[in-house]
Design a protein around this ligand. Structure first.
Ligand SMILES: [Zn+2]
Length: 118
């Protein structure tokens, strides 16, 4: 995986990925819960939905909206193992390491941090 900044820059070149924004409700939820809680939610989602070698419903495990982290997962191409493979060359059918999970969470939080300023 490349650096967070490189990843965010590359994502901006994709019309589809760059088209995700937090809704008003998601923004309010993020403001209410704060970034520390958001990181814990991100860690849980990544561990439960992406980290297993064969995630349940892979390709459809991330709702398109309803939680700021779900939105971040789509915006950063961390929504399913197929997208992780395509964008970051993360091999399929292998559990994600702790380091890989942390890097994904860092990327999600960086994206959320940028959204928050608006
Ligand atoms: Zn995906």
């Amino acid at each position: 995986m490349q650096s967070i900044e490189d990843a965010l820059r590359k994502l901006e070149t994709s019309k589809f990925r760059a088209g995700f924004y937090l809704s008003r409700a998601e923004r309010a939820y993020l403001a209410e819960k704060g970034m520390e809680t958001m990181r814990r939610h991100a860690e849980d989602f990544v561990r439960e939905r992406l980290a297993p070698a064969e995630p349940k419903n892979d390709g459809k495990q991330t709702p398109m909206s309803g939680h700021p982290v779900f939105k971040a997962m789509h915006a950063t191409a961390c929504c399913c193992r197929g997208c992780l493979q395509k964008w970051y060359r993360v091999p399929l059918h292998v559990p994600l390491s702790e380091a890989q999970q942390k890097k994904i969470v860092d990327l999600l939080m960086a994206w959320l941090g940028r959204q928050r300023v608006f």
